[in-house]
Design a protein around this ligand. Structure first.
Ligand code: MN
Length: 262
């Protein structure tokens, strides 16, 4: 989060919540900043909860986001619920890791999925993203969106309850829970985190496909609006288009299409 130097002490704050004091007077300096709370060892605190056995065959609510690494376009988050009775059907439809699918396939599959399973999609436009970003860092923003999508979907599917809630992991579990505690409707129960979540349950794969399709559609919409082909990702091409938009309407125009903190 930040690094500071004061009277020869170096203070480093991490997104995990840990703050480190280094230097000859470190202890004295640390004592100025509140009580000691580290009764538990950090290793125990950061341990990730073990996934349930036979996870892939359970009824799971999965969530994933798209657009985080793209300069242009929104951040989209989707939560999807796949009851175990639907698993076979989804497999037959060809639901799998969206990275193995081409864009037209993703859009086609997303449309079918939306009619097949309960889901909750949240789209954070670049404009809104830029408004929130100064107070919410990128991780907190994603936590808030995942948390809210899951909360809304749990309400939609009630009284049915998932055996597990699986989030495609983007931050350590402790970090997720720390930010989730700042939200109004906190999801804490039956919550599991794993990277490459699509490979662990089709609910995450489905969530990933729906959020990816939404991201592509939004990017198309924005491209049509400004009359330029807004690329996905971040690189030279994005920089060149950004320069054109800046020339045309300055930062206020760019703020409608790009995540400005990049
Ligand atoms: Mn993901």
């Amino acid at each position: 989060v930040f690094t500071a130097k004061k009277n020869g002490t170096t203070i480093t704050a991490y997104t995990s919540g840990k703050v480190m004091f280094q230097g000859a007077n470190a202890e004295k300096e640390a004592n100025c900043w509140g009580e000691k709370q580290l009764t538990k060892s950090p290793q125990v605190k950061s341990k990730t909860s073990a996934l349930p056995e036979n996870l892939s065959s359970l009824s799971v609510l999965g969530s994933d986001e798209v657009g985080n690494g793209s300069y242009f376009g929104p951040l989209t988050v989707c939560a999807a619920y796949v009851d175990q009775a639907k698993l076979k059907q989804l497999k037959q439809l060809g639901v799998r890791d969206s990275k193995e699918l081409k864009d037209p396939q993703i859009i086609q599959l997303a449309n079918i999925l939306k009619d097949t399973i309960p889901y909750q999609l949240l789209v954070l436009t670049p404009k809104k993203y830029n408004e929130i970003q100064p107070t919410y860092n990128a991780v907190r923003m994603k936590v808030a969106l995942h948390n809210q999508a899951i909360h809304l979907l749990l309400k939609k599917i009630a009284p049915a309850k998932p055996d597990a809630i699986l989030i495609d992991q983007f931050t350590p579990e402790t970090n997720f829970k720390k930010y989730a505690r700042l939200e109004q409707n906190q999801i804490q129960e039956k919550l599991y985190f794993v990277t490459k979540g699509e490979q662990y349950h089709l609910a995450v794969a489905a969530a990933s496909i729906i959020s990816r399709a939404s991201f592509l559609e939004e990017l198309d919409k924005e491209s049509a609006e400004i009359g330029m082909n807004l690329p996905s990702g971040a690189g030279t091409k994005s920089d060149q288009i950004a320069a054109k938009i800046l020339q045309q309407g300055g930062i206020s125009l760019l703020a409608n299409y790009a995540k400005l903190h990049f």
